[in-house]
Unconditional design. Sequence first.
Length: 69
Amino acid sequence: MRKLTRAAEELGQEHLHVHVNASEMDDEIRVLANAFNEMSANVRTAYRGLEEEIAERNAASEALRRSKA
């Protein structure tokens, strides 16, 4: 449970590559750890998508700025 708690804290600090080794845990905690790992992967994917969208918008904004100059 401590490993899972620490991993949640790390994810909260934007350490997006956090993964918990669920194979060493009891059944109920393993289910929770697997759900955490899935959530962590989803957060990582969403974060990458947002970074890409920001880059695209910045490029479009820069292109618009140049076209008006």
